[in-house]
Design a protein around this ligand. Structure first.
Ligand code: 4GY
Length: 230
């Protein structure tokens, strides 16, 4: 009975949120300043969440499971966290929706083509600014990137409310995407080579989510230290 009641209560809360808090500046559960999309108030299809994460990937289904269970599941239900997936294939070129290309300037293997990635990033960035006044923070995962540390996780959770995570495959992405300024940060989760950027993206999402107020509950959440918790 209690279970059924709490399910009902949660539903009621969510309904209320949708109806009344569409453009509130503070999240009704966490009290944390929430993100706003650039849409005209009242015309926005989603009400604010604390952190929006857009994932650009060739394999959105890989994310099922890790993000749809337990704490991350609840965080999304409570609109503390919003995770959207964009299938890169849909941005592919020509009849066959091509997304791979020979490396620019030569080299072995294939890389991920410029145009689909750039159009995906630009389509998302064009959706406006959020509360903190900045555009999205764009992260590309590769073993060549800067090693991810706890201090970095905390910084990201504090500084940003909108992330774009780009998951690479093949031999990586076309270097011109990085040189052209479409990526803010190249990140590595450790000194080993995986088959793609999906697992690193899930690792970052999980680590960042713990630092969104309300995700772990008051007892567990430790506010950030001024020194970044070193
Ligand atoms: N390690 N940390 C990592 C990785 C796979 C070839 C680019 C890592 O972040 N990413 O191993 N990624 C590679 C596979 C394309 C991504």
């Amino acid at each position: 009975l209690l279970k059924r009641f709490s399910a009902f209560a949660l539903k009621a809360i969510r309904y209320k949120l949708k109806a009344h808090y569409a453009h509130r500046r503070h999240h009704p559960i966490s009290g944390y300043p929430s993100s706003l999309c650039g849409a005209t108030p009242g015309k926005c299809s989603h009400y604010p969440c604390v952190m929006r994460i857009d994932v650009i990937t060739l394999f959105p289904k890989m994310f099922e499971g890790p993000l749809t269970e337990s704490i991350l599941k609840r965080a999304q239900e409570e609109k503390l966290l919003e995770i959207n997936f964009y299938d890169l294939r849909q941005f592919g070129q020509g009849q066959y929706k091509q997304i791979d290309d020979r490396p620019y300037g030569g080299g072995a293997g294939m890389v991920m083509m410029c145009e689909p990635i750039v159009s995906a990033i630009e389509a998302l960035t064009g959706q406006g600014k959020w509360d903190k006044g900045k555009g999205p923070h764009r992260i590309y995962f590769s073993p060549r990137g800067t090693r991810l540390k706890q201090t970095k996780v905390e910084q990201i959770a504090k500084k940003h409310d909108w992330l774009i995570l780009l998951c690479g495959h093949y031999e990586g992405i076309d270097q011109r995407i990085i040189d052209g300024g479409w990526i803010d940060e190249e990140m590595s989760i450790g000194d080993y080579v995986l088959t793609g950027g999906e697992l690193p993206a899930m690792v970052l999402i999980d680590a960042v989510a713990r630092h969104i107020p309300g995700v772990l509950g008051k007892e567990v959440y430790k506010p950030m230290q001024p020194d970044g918790g070193k």
